[in-house]
Write a protein that binds this ligand. Structure first.
Ligand code: WTA
Length: 637
């Protein structure tokens, strides 16, 4: 982006831009969109109707996001490093890939996709570790108009299979193995397990991350490198309509299977890039930006790849984990790569803050300018530790609130511009119109008085998800039925008398564990698959490192013995069905769970028991089985 004219520089400029964005959103976003490369300008900036719901931005505009991430930069910054890749093993060499090299690699791999029958609109599942080829695969899809559906490489084979089947993906791109700390994990064998149940997959492309022998199925599986030899490196960008699909990304819901959030090309590009440029304020061409998220999550999509590359900055991809070879790894990398802008999650901050401070103090951290936080509320203690020990009191912290569904940061300070307040995500970005709703479903409009409520957004923004893949009705029910003509976030929020927001957490049955959204229903379903389990209920409870942890109340069939071995089996079942991140920390065997007369589990009470906060359980008179409560409390772990 030729951001100079659009990057806000002062708080007064922010306020002015915000005001304009509310008074005339179309003009505001239209001007920003003009800074990008379009093959044809749009006819209509915005049309929307939240009651259908339907949202279209920049309709009729033609573009390709990779021309904005790559081609456009070749002339001026072709030799600038686009991606620095830092391997799991600090003794392995890092890779520096320039914009020009990335462009060539993306075009070439795009031709591999084409030669394997992938066309515009086809869905491609990517299940890869944090290596540059993951970025290349996703951009190659975008280059030819294929829709990528990236599945985090910590998910289990059945989680991959259900996502592939939901999106009817034609191709799977993976790696043979992945390094994670001291472990080597065979991704390909996890894929092979999934591929037994995925009839739509025609080809599998396998990148060799290690030299180990890899089992390949003839006719279906092909090595990345072999395929590259068969094609050239010229690939024109497919002409995409602004509203053509860019990607699908699955996020947990409070009920049922994960939702495939659909993001489209033009609005997503504009939202991700505008927010990136303004929130992080990378003002020096030598600045190096590092977001520690995995590309399998929305943070990695918007703020490792699309936003930073469209903005023409240097973005770091890290393959490893924060505690390998030791707890100083993040800080070692910051020094080694001269990182100036560092973006991570509160759960990582809390776990590193628990370690001896020598792990931090061994490193200089003198290049850092801006620190970011994302994924869950950051508590006061973690905020100060981050500010004092990592930022040395000199780096503004941007606490960025947003969601897979919003595509881009919605509420956050702009680094060095917005006054920060610990634990507050502060103010909405220009173009974002939050609404705080009271318990009667009315908007609390007085922004000069403190208030608490549920967070909704009352006007469309370009990067919002357009639907749930294959289930528009669900999109409507989950996001557009709580309040008429508003998008409901599922989060609670507090607002201070100066209009700063603090996000207080989910108000539905989604629990955020170590920054990962987990729906409780799929975990319960997985546990209920065990032959000894009659019923189960999962809730979150506060955890000092993970933010929240999972507590499972499990009812066994008569005659089944409650043993530790059984607990392990149940945990393993959750791990193999969903992934290790969904394993409950605590399993308590119970005779029953509190239920309403209509048979609904009273999770509110279970949450209090799990949190050891049983002094006031509220009204239990409407329960079908109030006597069960004391029994559960007595057996609580
Ligand atoms: C939570 C991650 C407080 C919130 C980008 C939201 C946060 C959910 C923050 C979305 C923050 C994210 N402060 N809570 N700065 N950022 N959340 O889809 O509950 O993985 O609804 O997107 O994370 O998680 P998701």
């Amino acid at each position: 982006m030729k951001t100079s004219s659009l990057k806000l520089k002062t708080f007064a400029e922010y306020k002015k831009a915000y005001k304009k964005s509310v008074e005339n959103p179309e003009k505001f976003w239209g001007k920003i969109a003009e800074e990008f490369t379009w093959q044809k300008k749009w006819d209509n900036t915005l049309s929307y109707n939240f009651s259908i719901p339907e949202v279209k931005w920049f309709e009729g505009g033609k573009l390709n996001i990779t021309e904005n991430c790559l081609d456009r930069h070749l002339e001026n910054i072709g030799n600038k490093t686009a991606i620095i890749w830092e391997p799991n093993d600090p003794d392995e060499e890092s890779r520096h890939i320039t914009y020009r090299q990335l462009y060539v690699k993306v075009c070439r791999f795009a031709n591999v996709l084409k030669s394997n029958g992938i066309k515009k609109g086809d869905r491609v599942c990517i299940y890869m570790p944090m290596i540059p080829e993951l970025a290349i695969a996703m951009l190659a899809c975008a280059r030819i108009g294929a829709v990528h559906s990236i599945v985090f490489a910590g998910f289990s084979s059945s989680a991959i299979a259900s996502r592939i089947n939901d999106a009817e993906c034609k191709m799977l791109i993976t790696a043979n193995e992945v390094y994670r700390g001291t472990k080597r994990i065979n991704l390909k064998s996890i894929c092979d397990e999934a591929l037994k149940k995925t009839p739509t997959i025609e080809n599998v492309i396998v990148y060799r991350r290690t030299v180990e022998p890899t089992e390949m199925t003839a006719g279906r599986d092909k090595f990345w490198f072999d395929e590259l030899q068969k094609v050239n490196q010229d690939c024109d960008a497919e002409v995409m309509d602004a509203e053509d699909l860019l990607f699908i990304l699955y996020t947990s819901g409070s009920t049922g299977k994960p939702k495939g959030m659909v993001h489209t090309t033009g609005g997503y590009m504009v939202g991700a890039t505008y927010s990136f440029s303004n929130v992080f304020q990378m003002n020096d061409e030598n600045d190096v930006y590092w977001c520690t998220a995995d590309i399998g999550w929305i943070t990695g999509h918007s703020y490792i790849i699309y936003g930073p590359l469209c903005a023409g900055v240097t973005t770091v991809m890290f393959e490893g984990i924060p505690n390998y070879p030791d707890y100083g790894r993040f800080w070692e990398i910051c020094d080694k790569l001269k990182v100036t802008h560092f973006y991570t999650a509160p759960t990582a901050i809390r776990s590193l803050a628990k370690q001896p401070i020598a792990f931090v103090n061994k490193h200089k951290l003198s290049t850092l300018k801006v620190l970011g936080s994302v994924g869950e509320p950051i508590n006061e203690e973690a905020w100060h530790w981050y500010n004092d020990n990592i930022g040395k009191g000199n780096c503004p912290i941007v606490d960025t609130w947003w969601q897979t569904e919003t595509g881009a940061i919605m509420i956050s300070p702009l680094a060095g511009i917005t006054p920060t307040r610990p634990t507050f995500a502060t103010l909405p970005l220009p173009g974002v119109q939050p609404a705080l709703m009271n318990e009667h479903g009315e908007e609390i409009t007085n922004i000069h008085e403190k208030a608490e409520g549920r967070l909704a957004i009352k006007f469309p923004w370009p990067s919002m998800a357009r639907t749930v893949w294959g289930d528009h009705q669900r999109y409507k029910e989950v996001y557009f039925s709580a309040y008429p003509n508003m998008y409901f976030t599922g989060d609670g929020a507090y607002r201070d008398a100066t209009g700063n927001y603090r996000i207080t957490g989910r108000v539905d049955d989604v629990v955020i564990v170590s920054g990962h959204n987990l729906g409780t229903a799929p975990i319960e379903n997985a546990m209920n698959e065990h032959e000894g389990v009659a019923e189960s209920a999962v809730v979150g409870f506060p955890h000092d490192v993970k933010g929240n942890a999972l507590y499972a109340f499990v009812i066994l069939y008569p005659g089944v013995e409650a043993t530790d071995e059984l607990k392990k089996e149940i945990r393993d079942l959750v791990s193999s069905t969903i992934g290790a991140i969904a394993k409950p920390d605590v399993i308590q065997f119970v005779k029953g769970v509190p239920k309403t007369r209509s048979g609904k589990i009273m999770r509110r009470i279970l949450r209090k028991i799990a949190s050891k906060d049983t002094s006031n359980l509220g009204d239990t008179s409407t329960l079908l089985n109030p006597e069960i409560i004391q029994e559960i409390i007595d057996g609580a772990l």
